[in-house]
Design a protein around this ligand. Structure first.
Ligand code: SAM
Length: 665
């Protein structure tokens, strides 16, 4: 659980009562940041000379974000439009949004930056928050803030990308000794490369010795203001290469970066997973060919009129729940950014109703254990009825910003990018890796038997997003996915009063384009898309049982319409996202897993370099697929990943190769 900062104010500046220390120098916080962190990491000079498109800064202690804002201001004047600054920062006790806004009022010259930060400041939920900050100038590079909420010790195992410059902030070592640990310095070394620099306001000998022991050359400079000395320096790895922390004993979770020369990518499947993967690559400068057998975007499971965006959380907040919560928050931020007019989605809130005893108990347990009041609150039946604008017999959990989304409109917004070419009506017949390691994808016009209209596309990266049909490719036949067809029903909903989405063991959304949509059925292991009267009957029965007051308002049942689509489920109900290994080579190389699943391996795994998957999202793709698209693009580009390591391990397609090898399958 995240505990907000305990602060008091002194002349408009925050002072931590936990650490009895100031967040910034009251004399001149901006000048201190510029002097200590920017100047002593030689950022302006390095940016001016840099050919690279990505620069990564990592900071301990986000605090008010002043260091970020000053860096962003300099970046604006010293970067090119094709460059991205990744600013990674960690914070154990975040300020709440109101305090942040008050603290940043100190700096009118940074107003344009602080307003943007306050607007995009995340909910205070543990883990990574990937915040794409708005472009203030088209002439300058982009800035992405990766804010990790949690303790430095947890964060150290979570960094996944090399760092160019370190800002060692955090309260003084004398007041906060736990943060300045040997573990921190050694992880810094593991994430550094030649030319990686660091700077810190302190010259404490504990810090100097720790950095030296980890392989940093340390120099002293005059400290800022009244401080006598400060430290800066660079990584030189006297003791030879250090094994990265994350290169652990499960090498199948650590994909290599693909060879990138032409930045051409192919994405197969144009549902929400494919469109968000294409978008994530396109915005990083990749030329993306998006292929689908249908003539339109979102013609499969992403084609319903209204999908529900919320996160179903287990009472013990397990890994899946943590991941879905991150995905839910990420999708909401993306929608707000991409579709601000809210014509085709609405964050009207979602009520997850406690529709039986088991669900009541689950929700009670959850609320006793976790406080996520920025995201969801428990409500009784009376409160739920008031929120929904209709009489409800159960209380539940209220996701304040939960939403319905028209997924097709979202797919259109995601692919409306000059770097994305949509090849519609073409079916992929084969994918193969060429001798130069790029991927060739063969297609033919959908529905045509002859091969006369065959075409091929090549790319350094291929992302497979065609749901349960991915197993048609021999390299992916090991994936335990299965189709689940499902029917949604709709009725004329013009006169239905409903303010929020309602979920129980079925759902109903506020009317959209005159239709009230509700459902859905689950036909296990079926890809049969026929509309069935019995499925309509089932949906109507659930509507009447769960949301009686809504069912009473709808017009005669003859006007019933429906749509069937096929979702892709996995054997463990967890989506599949990330880089994939060669199944046969994997099973040979790691055959010792059969002897013990705890066997340790240090050699690299046989990845199919450049091949990634984003599929298996079941009926929850709106909250999981966009974040998975972002994960893949971050892996491809060797950037900090947007989710926790344990989450990316959980999503990795290679988890199935591990379990199959253990079982000798
Ligand atoms: N860089 C900040 C800025 O620009 O405003 C100032 C940082 S402030 C001096 C130090 C920050 O480190 C505080 O926000 C504090 O909550 C955070 N911090 C202290 N100990 C921590 C720990 N163990 N893990 C993560 N953050 C920690």
């Amino acid at each position: 659980m995240i505990k907000p900062a305990q602060i008091q104010w002194s002349d408009g500046a925050p002072v931590s009562t936990q650490f009895n220390d100031v967040y910034f120098s009251k004399a001149s916080g901006i000048n201190e940041t510029r002097y200590v962190f920017l100047q002593h990491n030689q950022l302006i000079e390095r940016w001016a000379q840099s050919e690279k498109t990505v620069f990564t800064i990592a900071e301990t202690g986000f605090g008010t974000g002043l260091n970020l804002l000053c860096t962003w201001q300099q970046w604006l004047e010293n970067s090119r439009p094709d460059q991205t600054l990744h600013f990674v920062s960690l914070e154990k006790f975040p300020l709440n949004k109101d305090s942040l806004a008050i603290a940043l009022k100190q700096w009118p010259e940074l107003k344009i930056f602080s307003d943007a930060l306050v607007e995009h400041y995340p909910e205070l939920v543990a883990g990574w928050h990937r915040i794409s900050l708005p472009r203030i100038s088209q002439q300058a590079g982009h800035v992405v803030l990766h804010l990790f909420l949690g303790d430095v010790e947890d964060w150290l195992n979570e960094m996944s990308a090399p760092v160019d410059a370190w800002f060692l902030d955090g309260f003084a070592p004398s007041k906060n000794p736990d943060m300045w640990s040997g573990h921190l310095f050694h992880t810094m070394a593991a994430l550094s490369r030649p030319n990686t620099t660091f700077a810190t306001f302190t010259a404490a000998s504990q810090v100097r010795r720790g950095l030296q022991a980890a392989g940093f050359k340390t120099l002293k400079a005059k400290g800022f203001g009244k401080k006598r000395e400060m430290l800066y320096g660079e990584f030189y790895a006297a003791q030879g290469p250090i094994k990265p922390q994350w290169l652990n004993t499960s090498p199948w979770f650590t994909p290599p970066s693909p060879c990138v020369k032409s930045k051409q990518a192919i994405v197969i499947g144009a549902g929400i997973a494919g469109c968000s993967s294409a978008y994530a690559l396109a915005k990083r400068g990749w030329q993306v060919t998006l292929i689908d057998k249908h003539q339109q975007l979102a013609a499969g499971a992403s084609g319903n009129a209204q999908g529900v965006l919320y996160a179903k959380l287990a009472s013990d907040m397990n890994m899946q729940s943590e991941f879905y919560l991150s995905g839910y928050l990420y999708s909401l931020a993306l929608l707000n950014q991409m579709m601000p007019d809210k014509q085709n989605w609405d964050d009207c809130g979602v009520l997850q109703l406690a529709f039986n005893e088991k669900e009541v108990k689950r929700q009670q347990q959850f609320c006793q254990r976790f406080n996520l009041e920025d995201v969801l609150i428990p409500v009784n039946a009376e409160q739920a009825s008031e929120i929904a604008g209709t009489l409800l017999s159960n209380g539940g959990l209220y996701f304040k910003k939960g939403a319905w989304v028209n997924p097709k409109s979202w797919c259109e917004a995601l692919t409306n990018h000059p770097n994305i070419q949509f090849v519609s009506g073409h079916e992929v017949t084969d994918i193969q890796q060429l001798a130069n390691q790029s991927w060739q994808v063969d297609v033919k016009a959908h529905g045509q038997a002859s091969q006369t209209s065959t075409q091929s596309f090549t790319g350094e990266v291929a992302v497979i997003c065609n749901a349960f049909e991915a197993t048609q490719f021999p390299a992916l036949s090991f994936l335990p996915t299965s189709p689940i067809a499902g029917q949604v029903s709709s009725l004329n909903g013009n006169s239905v009063a409903l303010n929020t989405v309602l979920c129980g063991d079925s759902y109903v959304t506020p009317s959209h384009e005159g239709q009230l949509n509700f459902g859905a059925t689950y036909r296990l292991k079926s890809s049969d898309c026929e509309i069935k009267a019995q499925d309509h009957a089932f949906n109507l029965e659930k509507l009447a049982d769960n949301f009686h007051s809504v069912a009473e308002q709808v017009t005669p049942k003859e006007q019933l319409n429906g749509r069937v689509s096929v979702r892709c489920s996995t054997s463990d109900y967890v989506p599949i996202a990330g880089a994939v290994c060669d199944a046969q080579a994997f099973k040979q190389q790691f055959a010792n897993l059969k002897k013990s699943k705890h066997w340790r391996f240090y050699e690299a795994a046989p990845f199919l370099k450049g091949l990634y998957l984003n599929l298996g999202h079941g009926s929850r793709g709106l909250s999981s697929a966009p974040l998975c698209g972002e994960l893949i693009a971050a892996q491809v580009n060797n950037e900090p990943w947007p989710i926790l390591k344990r989450h990316s391990n959980m999503l990795s397609p290679n988890r199935f190769l591990v379990s199959q090898t253990i079982k000798g399958i």
